[in-house]
Design a protein around this ligand. Structure first.
Ligand code: HEC
Ligand code: HEC
Ligand code: HEC
Ligand code: HEC
Ligand code: HEC
Length: 397
């Protein structure tokens, strides 16, 4: 039972996490001062918390305001997880009234604008003992709930930033935003790195907990400049589909199954994912092999499973296994029949559990009666994550 206890909430673990995130923030700031000179750079652009916009209040900060004119981007974004970055899973764990510092460490990626945060923390560079932060007069709860929204990616000091205008657009390009700023970095993978890569300081089994950007950079996609945007925002669509979307996953993997000897083999190849499949430690892919009898029923005891993923303990202290598939590599699973059933039909299925880690984690923390949680939110998060698994593949051989 002891190993089921989520240590996440124990004081020492929380402190470690806060220290760890502050360490990332420092890391980013230090890195940023090393990048080469000239105007607004990406590193400065992603300085967080993103400085307040209210002094420059030319633009509405809410996504539905931008959506009045940019319907397509708004519809896409609404359907994406970026719009749900401050959802039940996060809200359930945060007691912003009692421990706003902890929340701050999560807002770095989930709600990075100054207006999205209850408190103003002293600069992480100020060192320890610089106080616990003060109440934020510009805090906007509605904006906080909008998560990673338009303003997070496009607005700085009241100015709209975006990619260079499309070449196909007619030349009489007007400036609708009173000083729209074009930046090449919107088209680069580095733009996404700000939230989809961690720096040294938190490794498990010698590997970073989140390493998507570097996995990409080392792959043929990184080498050939096939960017995150090329796959996740084709034609600049604001969809960001990933592991939760069956069609997206099917586009990224090739699955082949054949009978061989007395059994069968299934081969799953990472043929089109720009990083490990899957990249995070949170999903799990389950490969199942089993036999069907003449009536099409599963023969009892014939089920065998294999797992693709990086499984870590709920307190993030231990890696249990890592079988993720790097780009261009394959995962093989051999199914051997047992003598008497060898004329039965072998079936392979592949199931995707996009939120496997979180689902287990939420259930574990809810079980602990002493834990300080927004229980209703955690229950909602359990419901959502219970519903996310799907069958990716099935073949009867
Ligand atoms: C009153 C209507 C209106 C509102 C509100 C509005 N925009 Fe725009 N925006 C436009 C128009 C018109 C253009 C130029 C045509 C185009 O490229 O879509 C534009 C262009 C852009 C572009 C550049 C597209 C390009 O490459 O040329 C970005 C990025 C953008 N808007 C983001 C936003 C964001 C973020 C918000 C909310 C903070 C917002 N807009 C609010 C009308 C609006
Ligand atoms: C400000 C931080 C931030 C930036 C910048 C950002 N993301 Fe995200 N992204 C997140 C967060 C947080 C989530 C998870 C939201 C949730 O489920 O709570 C996420 C989720 C996603 C997902 C969905 C994953 C899934 O499990 O289905 C994809 C795909 C994605 N991001 C791609 C991108 C790409 C591509 C870029 C660059 C154009 C980008 N992101 C930029 C923070 C960010
Ligand atoms: C470096 C950026 C980053 C930081 C810092 C961060 N997250 Fe996330 N978080 C992500 C991304 C990206 C995802 C989506 C990928 C995934 O599912 O793991 C995510 C997903 C989640 C999810 C599952 C989706 C959801 O919204 O229900 C939860 C819960 C979550 N994070 C909680 C936290 C908490 C609590 C903290 C602070 C202790 C935190 N995160 C800090 C980037 C970050
Ligand atoms: C996670 C960051 C992120 C968020 C959130 C986001 N965008 Fe974008 N947006 C981008 C990137 C990156 C591009 C450029 C993509 C490319 O060039 O491949 C872009 C491009 C655009 C463009 C130019 C489109 C074109 O066809 O030229 C507009 C307009 C725009 N975004 C508006 C919005 C609006 C409105 C919202 C909110 C509903 C929003 N964006 C949310 C990152 C984001
Ligand atoms: C060649 C296309 C391609 C490129 C390039 C690519 N991805 Fe993906 N990505 C996918 C596919 C397909 C999936 C769905 C399968 C999966 O989840 O691994 C995915 C899934 C994801 C997920 C879901 C979480 C998970 O555990 O898999 C995130 C987050 C993500 N990508 C972010 C990024 C970021 C950030 C970059 C750039 C550094 C990037 N991707 C580059 C194709 C791509």
């Amino acid at each position: 039972m002891h190993d089921e206890k989520p240590l996440w909430y124990e004081e020492s673990v929380r402190e470690k996490i806060i220290a760890f995130v502050i360490c990332i923030i420092c890391g980013l700031i230090i890195l940023s001062s090393e990048t080469k000179g000239g105007e607004v750079f990406l590193s400065e652009y992603w300085e967080r918390p993103i400085p307040p916009q209210n002094d420059f209040n030319k633009f509405p900060l809410y996504p539905e305001e931008c959506g009045k004119c940019h319907k397509e981007q708004h519809n896409g974004w609404k359907g994406s997880l970026h719009s749900r970055a401050v959802g039940p899973g996060l809200l359930g764990q945060l007691r912003t009234d009692k421990d706003p510092q902890f929340a701050q460490s999560c807002y770095f990626c989930h709600a990075p604008m100054a207006e999205q945060s209850e408190i103003i923390l002293p600069s992480p560079l100020a060192g320890e003992g610089q106080g616990e932060g003060i109440k934020n007069p510009s805090f906007d709860n509605k904006l906080k709930l909008s998560g990673v929204s338009c303003s997070v990616c496009h607005l700085r000091k009241g100015k709209v930033y975006g990619p260079p205008a499309r070449k196909t657009v007619s030349s009489k390009k007007q400036d609708n935003h009173n000083g729209f700023v074009e930046k090449d970095f919107f088209e680069k993978a580095d733009f996404c790195e700000a939230c989809h890569q961690l720096d040294e300081g938190y490794e498990l089994n010698g590997k970073l907990l989140v390493n998507t950007y570097r996995e990409w950079k080392e792959s043929i996609y990184g080498q050939n400049n096939v960017t995150c945007q090329n796959c996740h925002m084709p034609d600049r669509q604001h969809l960001w589909r990933g592991i939760h979307d069956k069609e997206m996953v099917l586009r990224g993997v090739r699955i082949e199954s054949v009978r061989r000897d007395k059994g069968a083999r299934i081969t799953i190849t990472n043929s089109g994912v720009g990083h490990y499949f899957p990249t995070y430690a949170t999903p799990l892919v389950v490969v199942k092999g089993f036999m069907l009898d003449k009536t099409g029923k599963v023969i009892q005891g014939s089920l065998k499973k294999a797992f693709i993923g990086r499984t870590i303990s709920l307190d993030l202290s231990e890696e249990i296994f890592d079988t993720r598939i790097p780009p261009q590599k394959s995962f093989e699973f051999d199914y051997a029949t047992r003598g008497s059933y060898s004329d039965g039909k072998i079936t392979f299925e592949v199931w995707v559990y996009p939120d496997e880690f979180y689902n287990k984690f939420y259930k574990a923390i809810l079980k602990d009666a002493d834990m300080d949680l927004n229980r209703g939110e955690v229950e909602k998060a359990i419901e959502t994550t219970n519903a996310s698994p799907y069958r990716l593949f099935r073949e009867v051989l």
